[in-house]
Design a binder for this molecule. Structure first.
Ligand code: HEM
Ligand code: HEM
Ligand code: NAG
Ligand code: NAG
Ligand code: NAG
Length: 477
């Protein structure tokens, strides 16, 4: 009795499922694009990128199946032959890493497409669709799978997909995959956010679909295309494609050159002044550093336009970077002006003093801005190695700076005895202890005893380099 009612219930249920629209068990008409990896563009081995399309002409609902090797950070397909004004289906692993997020987007050009909230999409789980909306990890068969419907999705801002009578047999389409673990990059994108930032593709390509083969007249025959050969999708009513690998080193070069400048070059330039008293060497090294920062800043600005996260120039990393660039410009001007005045008048200047304190501050903030950049670019794993290098650099710096100071204490005494008064304008004693240094008995001729123009503490003035007054004429404390 119980089993009879249960059977009746099951029958009623199955009848309901059969009659409900859009849940057909026979495969909806579809055009199916398949690209099998042949040169490592989209993954390892012979894995495939699959895109299958069905359109409900009566509602303009677009049903899609898409899959790609799981190592890619995202997979995407768009209507049209170029990125500009293309409506794109972009999918990436969800925040738990095993589900999939579908983000409908529109691009304005060669830059990151933006989430397009006017078109609503839903993931679809139905019988006959294997691995729906999952990221599987079975060795070389690991892949991400998307089955979804986007409602009323054949028209969008600045574009439309011709359907019905005007449907094309060779509709231009584009596809791409994001950089993944196989490309040496980090495949860290896992998000439920429909506006999640995506990295520029590691490969992209074009193909065509026969839309007439993918069209359902009404909802009864529409749905996500089923596999057409056993449990796999094979190409049908679609062209082939030869995608291009896309290497985008601009951001990495920007980061590398910036780090090189702030962690190595600028501190080196400061050391040259501090330990060797070589003003021209100092100027040359800092000039090279400034030139490199100019180039890398230009690169940073170009890269900024490519991503939604950076195109409004409002992130901490960019603001700090731009302020640092302006400060560097000022630092350069201060250094040159001070030097000219000093050459002519042999006196310390306020400009020189600002230069002397602004410099280390710029270096400090530059060093701090790099890890903010790593986080910004989605490469937080680079922060630890960076910190290790910076700490090593600081140790080397301290060793040279204060090691040299100890050496010079002895050498200056000897040199002074051998060569009294034979110094150029900048070779005042950096490393003599305040008040007891070899020159404390009197100033060298060049300075004419005018060093106490600027009220510095004696210790500071002993170590204040280019911008500070010579300390030796000061009365002892
Ligand atoms: C952060 C996101 C993206 C950025 C920064 C970006 C940037 C670019 C750039 C700079 C080019 C020109 C490459 C060259 O001249 O060699 C390009 C081309 C291309 N991209 Fe993207 N892209 C992004 C996302 C996408 C997505 C999601 C797709 C596909 C669904 C895609 C498909 C293509 C295709 C097919 C081309 C060649 C056709 C064309 O020039 O538009 N891109 N992209
Ligand atoms: C002190 C100055 C700066 C330093 C030390 C610095 C350093 C870095 C570093 C280390 C990265 C990470 C690169 C990567 O991992 O691929 C980065 C990324 C970035 N930087 Fe800078 N940067 C500076 C100034 C700027 C400026 C002035 C701008 C533009 C206004 C800028 C824009 C960017 C952008 C947009 C990214 C992210 C690129 C992406 O998303 O792939 N940076 N920066
Ligand atoms: C290619 O795919 C087939 C299954 O379709 C598999 O048996 C074979 O090992 C794969 N070859 C490589 C090189 O991955
Ligand atoms: C992961 O998230 C997706 C939705 O984003 C969900 O469908 C799936 O059940 C989740 N998986 C687990 C194991 O929690
Ligand atoms: C479908 O979208 C278009 C514009 O994208 C809009 O004009 C139209 O009203 C929408 N139709 C329905 C049924 O929502």
């Amino acid at each position: 009795m119980l089993s009879l009612t249960l059977n009746a219930l099951l029958l009623a249920l199955s009848f309901f499922r059969l009659s409900s629209a859009a849940t057909t068990t026979s495969s909806p008409p579809a055009s199916i694009f398949v690209y099998t990896n042949d040169n490592g563009n989209i993954g390892a081995g012979n894995q495939s990128f699959v895109f299958a399309l069905n359109i409900d002409q009566s509602t303009s609902d677009v049903y899609i199946h898409m899959s790609a090797p799981a190592g890619n950070s995202w997979m995407g397909v768009g209507f049209g032959s170029v990125m500009q004004d293309s409506f794109m289906f972009i999918a990436y692993p969800s925040s738990n890493g095993t589900g999939v997020t579908l983000s409908p987007r529109v691009a304005t050009g060669h830059n990151e497409p933006s989430y397009y909230s006017d078109i609503h999409c839903n993931l679809v789980w139905e019988g006959g669709l294997p691995n729906s909306n999952e990221v599987t990890s079975q060795g070389s068969a690991s892949a991400m799978y998307l089955d979804a419907v986007c409602h009323n999705a054949t028209q969008w801002s600045n574009g439309a997909l011709p359907i019905g009578a005007s449907a094309s047999k060779t509709q231009p389409m584009i596809f791409a995959v994001g950089p993944g673990s196989h490309g040496g990059g980090s495949s860290t994108l896992q998000s439920d956010d429909l506006s999640a930032g995506i990295a520029r593709h590691s490969a992209y390509g074009a193909f065509t679909l026969d839309i007439t083969q993918a069209t359902s007249k009404d909802s009864t025959t529409a749905g996500v295309p089923r596999p057409n050969s056993g449990s796999t999708y094979v190409a049908s009513a679609a062209s082939t494609s030869t995608p291009k690998a896309d290497h985008n080193p601009a951001s990495a070069i920007h980061g590398l050159v910036m780090c090189l400048s702030f962690v190595i070059l600028f501190p080196l330039g400061a050391l040259l002044l501090r330990t060797l008293n070589r003003v021209m060497l100092h100027a040359i090294v800092q000039g090279i550093g400034f030139f490199l920062v100019c180039c890398a800043s230009a690169g940073g600005i170009v890269v900024s336009f490519a991503y939604n996260r950076s195109k409004s120039f409002a992130s901490a990393h960019q603001i700090i970077g731009i302020l640092l660039f302006l400060a560097l410009l000022a630092q350069l001007g201060l250094g040159i002006l001070h030097h000219r005045i000093f050459k002519k008048e042999q006196r310390p200047t306020l400009l020189g003093k600002i230069h002397r304190y602004l410099g280390p501050a710029i270096i400090l903030f530059g060093i701090i801005n790099a890890p903010i950049g790593f986080a910004f670019a989605g490469n937080p794993h680079l922060v630890i190695p960076y910190i290790v290098i910076v700490v090593l650099g600081i140790i080397v710096y301290i060793c040279i700076r204060f090691g040299a100071r100890i050496c010079y204490r002895g050498r200056n005494a000897k040199r002074q005895a051998a060569n009294r008064g034979g110094m150029d304008g900048y070779q005042y004693p950096q490393f003599g202890p305040g008040g007891q240094g070899p020159y404390s008995s009197g100033p060298p001729p060049a300075y004419g005893g005018r060093g106490d123009d600027v009220p510095l503490r004696p210790y500071e003035s002993q170590h204040s380099g280019l911008g500070a007054p010579p300390a030796y004429p000061r009365p002892m404390v």
